[in-house]
Design a protein. Structure first.
Length: 409
């Protein structure tokens, strides 16, 4: 039974949503409308040399404080410290996170760090103990305006991941050669505005856009079967999932459909990250576990593992009527609600998206864990922060998680 069936409380403070061709040209207007003067753009090196950053700079106009183009897929805490220093040097009072999930997460970490009075060393040592970056007391972080250029779906969120490397010298001696992974989660880190501009997605190389697509696409699927689903998230996730399936197949086959993709990725995120509640679930738990110690991009991990997780969920629901994988709702959202075998039709629809984007289908073909590591990966799935959002009544075992991995191999 989901919250939709039993009643729910939906408390949500979303950002201003801007959608449409060239809407990023109104960044400066939105910044001033919300009472801010200037913003530092935070992005990665490649985006910092792309047409996307020029469009954002033009959109900010006189409100541009500068560009910090130093983020990496590792999402380093050290990078956030450096960006905060640049922000203060430029006397900026806002942040524009531009790019994929890594840059958007680092932007929110910068906002969190801006509320803290402690030194880098003190915050780093706290992170090494708690694995968390926290907002200081009752202070309000500077606003973050997000401009995604990939489909990871890390935009309308108040949480995310961050890492710290021993190479910085900020860790204790017994942590040398360690890489510490953690995250952040605070309602005050929800962006102030999110801009969904198909023009910006067009600036992203096809390989990067396709690689991120399954991550964002799965936010809709997972929201529909999450135990934290509501009637509100059912509506937005179902509509967004349908748009994404149609748009991603069209993009994969004919490199068109970015308008519906941009709209879909916006919708599947609405309401999934609210307060201490999230709707992302077991697929993301596998995605996190598969990436531990590997250079595997999360969207690629999702492309490989999602069909096998969905088969696992539908099989558990068929064997136990107390588990509701909401297969009918997901099938309707994917446009296959009239299929004789809805569960298999859902898997087929997801694989159609994956195959249209020419993404990998087997774990052995990507830079991920080997079979001798599957026990460790299975344990990581069971311990993942998002696993408790799985369907009510699901009680995954180590052996079941390993079987999913073996099926994906």
């Amino acid at each position: 039974m989901t919250a939709t069936d039993s009643g729910f409380r939906f408390e949500y403070d979303p950002p201003v949503l801007r959608y449409g061709e060239r809407c990023v040209g109104e960044l400066g207007d939105e910044l001033r409308r919300q009472g801010y003067d200037s913003a530092l753009v935070v992005c990665g090196r490649n985006v910092g040399k792309s047409e996307a950053v020029e469009l954002v700079k033009d959109g900010l106009g006189d409100s541009l404080a500068g560009v910090f183009a130093e983020t990496t897929p590792r999402k380093r805490l050290e990078t956030a410290f450096d960006a905060l220093e640049r922000m203060r040097d430029k006397d900026a009072d806002a942040i524009v996170g531009l790019g994929g999930g890594s840059s958007l997460d680092v932007s929110r970490v910068v906002a969190a760090l801006a509320t803290r009075d402690e030194t880098r060393d003190e915050i780093a040592r706290e992170f090494s103990r708690t694995r968390l970056v926290t907002v200081g007391g009752t202070r309000t972080p500077p606003p973050v305006f997000v401009v995604p250029t990939t489909l990871a779906g890390a935009d309308i969120s108040n949480s995310g991941g961050v890492t710290m490397s021993s190479e910085t010298g900020l860790l204790d001696d017994d942590e040398v050669n360690a890489e510490i992974s953690g995250g952040f989660s605070d309602a005050r880190l929800m962006p102030s505005a999110a801009f969904y501009d198909p023009t910006l997605f067009e600036t992203t190389p096809r390989s990067a856009l396709a690689g991120s697509a399954m991550n964002g696409f799965n936010k809709g699927t997972e929201t529909l079967y999450s135990r934290n689903a509501t009637a509100v998230t059912d509506a937005t996730a179902a509509r967004g999932t349908r748009l994404l399936r149609e748009g991603l197949v069209a993009y994969g086959e004919r490199e068109e459909g970015l308008d519906s993709i941009a709209e879909g990725i916006m919708l599947v995120q609405y309401g999934i990250s609210r307060g201490s509640v999230s709707t992302v679930s077991i697929i993301h738990a596998f995605g996190h576990a598969l990436r531990r110690g590997n250079d595997l991009q999360q969207g690629i991990a999702h492309a490989v593992i999602t069909p096998h997780v969905l088969r696992y969920l539908s099989g558990k629901a068929e064997a136990n009527e107390d588990i509701d994988a909401r297969t009918r709702l997901i099938a309707d959202a994917l446009g296959v609600g009239d299929a004789e075998d809805e569960a298999e039709a859902v898997v087929d629809a997801v694989e159609e998206v994956r195959d249209a984007l020419d993404l990998p289908t087997r774990l052995r073909d990507v830079d991920g864990p080997e079979p001798e590591e599957f026990d460790e990966v299975a344990e990581a799935v069971l311990k993942d922060i998002f696993l408790p959002n799985a369907p009510e009544g699901l009680d995954p075992t180590h052996e079941e998680m390993r079987e999913v991995l073996e099926a994906a191999w």
